[in-house]
Design a protein around this ligand. Structure first.
Ligand code: PLP
Length: 550
């Protein structure tokens, strides 16, 4: 089983909610299904990917089921006003304000648990000014991408890890738990609904940014654990983030500013990690740098680069070639999916050497700016890169640290050899050039098939009624055979046309003949043409318009 993005909390005899037992306690209340098979598996991490049972709440001492997040209860309401997809390279895409036609929402209350989730038109949220998240930063989120592959398929990259990490984050900020696989199903459904139109096959290599978010929505100012929460998932148009040809320019953080600290929440993707970092980021941008290189402690240990993990390739004084990144043990950096993937690929493909590349040791350890400085001065620094969903694998060309400008070697525009090979492997998996278990293919036809199936089932029922009438009429002479046959034909035609409209609309959208949403075809077209077809059938068969005389 592949590892999951969970930083196991340290126990150390503490009773805090942040220990493993604390997380279990919280899950017991809000998502016991993830603990169901705890007894059969050794770790909470293992159980996070397992089955579903009902939660429990106690009312007057009597246990009653508390609803868990359940994707199978999804209510679907499609938009009636689909919006145009912005052109690639347009100012609209650059603005990062454009979202797709739909979004997922699910409400949670401490009394009821999770309500049935909904897929609904994208639009504003309704929150009271007293909502907890607006005052106490009771908010967390995830960042993922939906990729349009060069093979025409839509893919996610290791999405189960994001869903697991979201659970770690919700727990850190006192938000309710949920079975991660249910969140994944909701994300997949949204991608399957909007992906074909907003990431058409004519745009291979493009992506949408996926933002699952949870906020505490309690309309009460008391400083307390949230009693109400809202989960939502949106898809946003994002510009490509290829970085500049000369590599990222990083400004090392000054000692008056820390991003995260032991005992804090750097390991969780909570909004409270990001807002306060924007002052430093704004200053860095104004000075011509791309990101802050976040340092921690008296030794100026290197932690993360902006919202990415940070890697260096250097040669030790003893002559060993190493790929080094900061460890997760202090829980001050995010357990990045890209970081994890870089490490896993490097361990399986680079540690023994790759083609003409020298073999490299993979090291997770604390390292300081002084070590980087020495490596630059002694010409032992080979390359450096940032790794994260947003910036992907971005070569670093320059680091400014306490008045010193450190040039990081890189081939113009491409980064060093290790950066390039790691980037190409990941790119291959994400955009489908390499078949790999990390690439999660979205079945785009799922939605059209479901709608067609539902409609054809309903009209199929009508067809059955027609046949019963026919048999009844024939047996008892109460209905003329020809008219009953007409009813059957009517219903049968309806069934086929519904199926056809669902199928045809998907064909049209997938082939990108139009950017109109599927809801248009499925809801508007059949009512327009069906009556004419049915009238035609009746008239042809019986020389008359609809005439059912029972
Ligand atoms: N570090 C921080 C602080 C981040 O916000 C991110 C992005 O989510 C990362 C690292 C990289 O994580 P991932 O590779 O999962 O995107």
């Amino acid at each position: 089983m592949s590892p999951i993005a969970l930083t196991p909390p340290v126990e150390e005899n503490r009773t805090s909610d942040l220990t493993l037992s604390g997380i279990e306690h919280s899950l017991q209340k809000t998502a016991p299904s993830v603990l169901k098979s705890q007894s059969n598996s050794s770790t909470l991490s293992d159980t996070l990917t397992n089955g579903v049972t009902n939660g429990t709440k106690f009312s007057n001492g009597v246990a009653t089921p508390l609803a868990e997040l359940d994707a199978s209860l999804l209510n679907v309401t499609l938009t009636t006003s689909p919006r145009p997809v912005p052109e690639i390279g347009s100012a609209e895409i650059a603005s990062q304000k454009i979202c797709t036609d739909h979004m997922i929402q699910a409400q949670w209350t401490v009394q009821q648990g999770w309500s049935a989730p909904s897929l609904q038109p994208y639009g504003p949220l309704s929150l009271m000014p007293t909502a907890s998240c607006l005052h106490y930063a009771t908010e967390c989120f995830e960042g993922m991408k939906l990729y349009r592959g060069f093979d025409g398929k839509l893919r996610l990259f290791r999405p189960e890890l994001n869903c697991n990490r979201m659970l770690v984050s919700t727990n850190r900020i006192a938000l309710p738990g949920f079975p991660p696989q249910e969140l994944l199903k909701l994300i997949v459904k949204l991608c399957a609904t909007d992906g074909a139109k907003w990431l058409p096959k004519s745009r291979p290599g493009a992506f949408l940014y996926i933002r699952p978010t949870m906020i505490a929505s309690d309309p009460a100012l008391g400083v307390q654990r949230p009693k109400e929460a809202l989960l939502f998932v949106i898809l946003t148009c994002f510009p490509p983030m290829d970085g500049s040809p000369s590599g990222l320019r990083l400004l090392a953080s000054k000692d008056d500013m820390v991003r995260a600290w032991p005992g804090g929440f750097g390991y969780a993707k909570v909004g409270a990690n990001y807002g306060p970092s924007l002052v430093a980021q704004g200053e860095a941008r104004a000075m011509g740098y791309d990101q802050i290189l976040w340092l921690f402690g008296e030794n100026c240990n290197v932690t993360e680069a902006g919202a990415s993990n940070f890697f260096v390739v250097w040669r030790t004084r003893e002559g060993a070639l190493q790929l080094v990144t900061a460890p997760l043990s202090e829980r001050i950096i995010l357990d990045g999916i890209t970081r994890r993937s870089v490490l896993e690929l490097a361990r399986t493909r680079l540690e023994m050497g790759w083609e003409e590349l020298e073999k490299v040791e993979i090291v997770e350890r604390k390292f300081s700016m002084m070590e980087i400085e020495e490596a630059v001065q002694e010409e032992r620094l080979i390359e450096a890169f940032a790794a994260g969903t947003a910036f992907f694998i971005a070569p670093v060309g320059h680091i400014h640290f306490r008045g010193m400008d450190l040039a990081v070697p890189m081939k113009e525009g491409e980064g060093g050899a290790y950066t390039r090979v790691i980037k190409s492997w990941l790119k291959g998996i994400m955009w489908g050039n390499e078949e790999h278990e990390w690439g999660y293919v979205i079945d785009e036809d799922m939605f059209g098939r479901e709608v067609a199936y539902e409609l054809s089932w309903v009209s199929g029922f009508g067809c059955g009624v027609g046949i019963v009438i026919l048999i009844y009429g024939k047996l008892f002479g109460q209905v003329s055979g020809s008219k009953a046959f007409g009813v059957g034909i009517w219903a049968w035609g309806l069934k086929n046309l519904f199926s056809f409209s669902g199928f045809a609309s998907q064909l049209l959208i997938n082939a990108n003949f139009t950017e109109l949403s599927s809801s248009f075809y499925e809801s508007i077209l059949p009512p327009i043409y069906l009556p004419f077809v049915c009238l035609l059938v009746n008239a042809t068969l019986f020389g008359t318009a609809i005439e059912i005389d029972l």
